[in-house]
Design a protein around this ligand. Sequence first.
Ligand SMILES: [Zn+2]
Ligand SMILES: [Zn+2]
Ligand SMILES: [Zn+2]
Length: 147
Amino acid sequence: MIQDSIRILQARGYKITQPRKQVLEVLQGAQKPLSPYDIQGLLQKQGKYVNHVTIYRILDLFCSLNLTHRVLSSGGFVKCAIESKEGCHRFMVCSRCGALQEFADEELCRDENRFAQNLGFHTEYHLSESSGLCANCHKKSEGPEGV
Ligand SMILES: [Zn+2]
Ligand SMILES: [Zn+2]
Ligand SMILES: [Zn+2]
C-alpha cells in the first residue's frame, strides 16, 4: 500500500529517504490518527530514531501532496485512504468509536466555491470534517427496538 505513496513521491521528484518511508509505514499500520510524537515513539520502539522536527517536515510534505491528512478534531495525522479523486479530501469522524471515513466530492467543492464567490471570496481548498455517529454506533444507539 505504501508503494502507491512512494510512486507519487517519485513522480513529483522527491527522494525516498528512510525517514519518509518509515513515517509512511507507521501511518499505514495505524488504527487511529497519530501525533508526530506518537510516530516518533512507534519508530523508537522499532529501534529507529527520527527527530520530531524531521517528522513534522515530512508530514507537511505528505499533507501538501494528499498522501496524509491532519484530522482537524484530534490534530492527529492519518494516511490518505482514498484514491486521489477530484475534490478536497474530507472526513466524517465518529464521536463514539473514533471511526474515520474519508471522502471527496467535487460537486460539494463547487457548491462551496460558488457560495464563497458570492461573498467575494476566492477559495483555494477546503478543510472540513463532520462529527457524529458512524453507521455501526448509530445502529447500536437505536436500542433493541431499532433496526
Ligand atoms: Zn485523502
Ligand atoms: Zn462509531
Ligand atoms: Zn474543495
